[in-house]
Design a binder for this molecule. Structure first.
Ligand SMILES: O=C(O)CCC(=O)C(=O)O
Ligand SMILES: [Fe+2]
Length: 225
């Protein structure tokens, strides 16, 4: 699990929130699978809403350029983000997201390796609404400032706690990674972060060069294109 703080600044968050009031919202059940139907109670922007598509594409563009996101996710493709809203006890009970989804044009298939939630509501403006993720080493409750994003493995059980006051607006998104296995991708992330720190040290040129080679050779073995 990784938190990317301040993907958007306050004025960008405000602009997304304002634009979203003009989008076409629908019951979240429209896209719920057979299992999630019984646990999902929220609203989302309709996939055919042109304003929603434009906002989502702009957000995807921003995410795809973020250095920490690239290092951690090694994205091959990013599904168009979806905006959702929880209020009046809206929640999404314990579930695991579908492994295979339709690509944006509906013609291809997409494997979900990573999930992301971008929080768009000030955490003090609503009660509940934590995204709780079973990390395998205990459950983490995530409720971030507006503009911050959490990235986590789609293989994890997770839920959105009921929103008992106010409203929680967020964007969610799935990523197909070049490296499908979480363990391998996480090793590459740690290695890349160390390599980036070594790059700052003039006396570590040789080590930087060698580890960059190791990184590329591991990525070559593990990447699926
Ligand atoms: O809104 C969230 O943070 C996550 C929602 C979710 O789990 C889903 O739509 O599959
Ligand atoms: Fe989910």
């Amino acid at each position: 699990m990784l938190i990317i703080s301040d993907l958007l600044d306050a004025s960008e968050v405000a602009a997304y929130r304002e634009a979203l009031t003009r989008a076409q919202w629908q019951d979240g059940l429209a896209t719920a699978g057979s299992v999630s139907q019984s646990v999902k109670q929220n609203e989302q922007v309709a996939s055919q809403c042109e304003l929603g598509q434009a906002l989502a594409d702009k957000l995807r563009q921003r995410l795809s350029q973020h250095p920490l996101f690239i290092s951690a996710a090694l994205p091959q493709s990013i599904l168009r983000p979806r905006f959702n809203r929880y209020r009046n006890n809206g929640h999404y009970g314990l579930h695991i997201d579908s492994a295979i989804m339709a690509s944006d044009d509906g013609k291809g298939l997409f494997r979900s390796d990573l999930s992301a939630t971008l929080f768009l509501s000030d955490p003090d403006s609503y009660s509940g609404g934590e995204l709780s993720i079973d990390t395998g080493f205990g459950v983490q409750e995530v409720k971030l400032p507006a503009g911050s994003l959490v990235l986590y493995a789609t293989s994890r059980w997770h839920q959105v706690e009921p929103v008992t006051a106010g409203e929680r607006v967020a964007a969610i998104c799935w990523i197909q990674s070049l490296v499908a296995a979480d363990t391998q991708r996480e090793l590459l992330f740690d290695l890349d972060q160390s390599i980036q720190r070594l790059q700052q040290l003039a006396e570590a040129r040789a080590e930087h060069r060698q580890l960059t080679g190791v990184y590329n050779n591991l990525l070559r073995q593990w990447a699926i294109t």
